[in-house]
Ligand binder design. Structure first.
Ligand code: ADP
Ligand code: MG
Length: 332
């Protein structure tokens, strides 16, 4: 419909109110995602990285309308429909579910042990009423299974009979059987052996290109992201702190947090990013974030201004955006 952006988030925030605290005290609020602006281009393999607890899963789920949006908007627009997720009702949500899918984190837990693989993959088609006969369902299941390198014999078996990599391919097939346009893959290879990770990543990339899909690929592992993504956003304590085409992010990182993440991966650090610090300490609690820049408590370059004023993600025509008061000085 509109331009070349499939998912557009503006000032997106997801806050969770926790129970507990003293009787008359305000209940603690977790700002899992805070004020995020995000553009995911159609057909891109968009990476989202950051330490555990930075808000990646919540942001991904908000883009699927599977996390409660406290403030801001998420707009989805493909060639046929446009949805503003905070405004849609049940019928549109049903339509959106077909177009936007999640590949689960831990496939073994997500796959029902008592269902043969054929039924596991077919279930979304049946729930969404997308096919009109068993033959049509079978046809669709076989088609997507083949794309995910599962054969007819596999379809008759139960999930326990499969290896981790095969199970992940089953859950990929299940997510893709409704022919979605947008797929959120949340730590989809994190539980797999390194040797199998590459297989599954290559498969995802292949399918993405063949089917013209748009991926939001979430991972805490930068080397995995470098391998498949064409654009990467870095998250810290609910905020996006840097966003850039993959090459720029890895070769010309601007945010001290990104540099610190990269310096922890020797194989990805070709010209050891000069002044990069080691990442020490823990990510602060999102119920009690520090004032100013959220990274200031761990940043070796923080000055008074950083402790008072939160930097905004600066827009740039090259697509390389950063939220740091000092990034330009630090590049010299
Ligand atoms: P990541 O995927 O980067 O590890 P998450 O999105 O899972 O991060 O979590 C971000 C923050 O939000 C964490 O502090 C987490 O504890 C909190 N959080 C996530 N989901 C909920 C929820 N349903 N209720 C309360 N807090 C939540
Ligand atoms: Mg997560």
């Amino acid at each position: 419909m509109s331009d070349d952006i499939l998912i557009k988030a503006r000032d997106l925030s997801v806050h969770y109110q926790l129970s507990g605290g003293a009787l008359f005290d305000p209940k603690p609020v977790v700002k899992a995602v805070e004020g995020v602006n995000l553009d995911i281009a159609k057909g891109s393999f968009f990476g989202l990285v950051g330490e555990s607890g930075s808000g990646k899963t919540t942001l991904g789920r908000a883009c699927l309308k599977a996390a409660p949006i406290t403030r801001g908007t998420v707009t989805y627009s493909d060639e046929e429909v446009e949805f503003e997720l905070t405004k849609i009702g049940k019928p549109e949500l049903k339509e959106y579910r077909r177009r936007a899918q999640l590949i689960f984190q831990a496939p073994s837990a997500a796959l029902s042990p008592r269902m043969p693989v054929r039924d596991i993959i077919a279930e979304p088609l049946e729930v969404m009423g997308l096919t009109s006969s068993r033959e049509e369902t079978d046809e669709r299941v076989r088609e997507i299974a083949a794309k995910c390198r599962l054969n007819l014999e596999h379809l008759r078996r139960f999930p326990h009979a499969f290896s981790g990599g095969q199970r992940q391919r089953i859950s990929i097939a299940r997510a893709l059987v409704s022919r979605p346009h947008f797929v959120v893959a949340d730590e989809s290879v994190a539980a797999l052996d390194v040797s199998i990770q590459a297989d599954v990543l290559n498969l995802l990339k292949e399918i993405q290109q063949e089917m013209g899909l748009t991926f939001l690929f979430i991972s805490h592992d930068l080397s995995v992201v470098a391998h498949v993504c064409d654009h990467v956003a870095v998250m810290y304590l609910g905020r996006l702190v840097e966003s850039a085409p993959t090459r720029d992010l890895f070769f010309k990182p601007r945010h001290p947090y990104t540099k610190a993440l990269l310096s922890a991966i020797p194989s990805l650090d070709p010209d050891d990013h000069g002044s990069a610090q080691k990442l020490e300490g823990e990510i602060p609690s999102p119920t009690n974030p520090p004032p100013g820049c959220k990274f200031q408590t761990r940043c070796a370059f923080a000055v008074e201004h950083c402790r008072k004023v939160e930097p905004k993600l600066e827009h740039s025509s090259t697509g390389h955006e950063v939220a740091c008061h000092r990034w330009q000085e630090l590049m010299d």
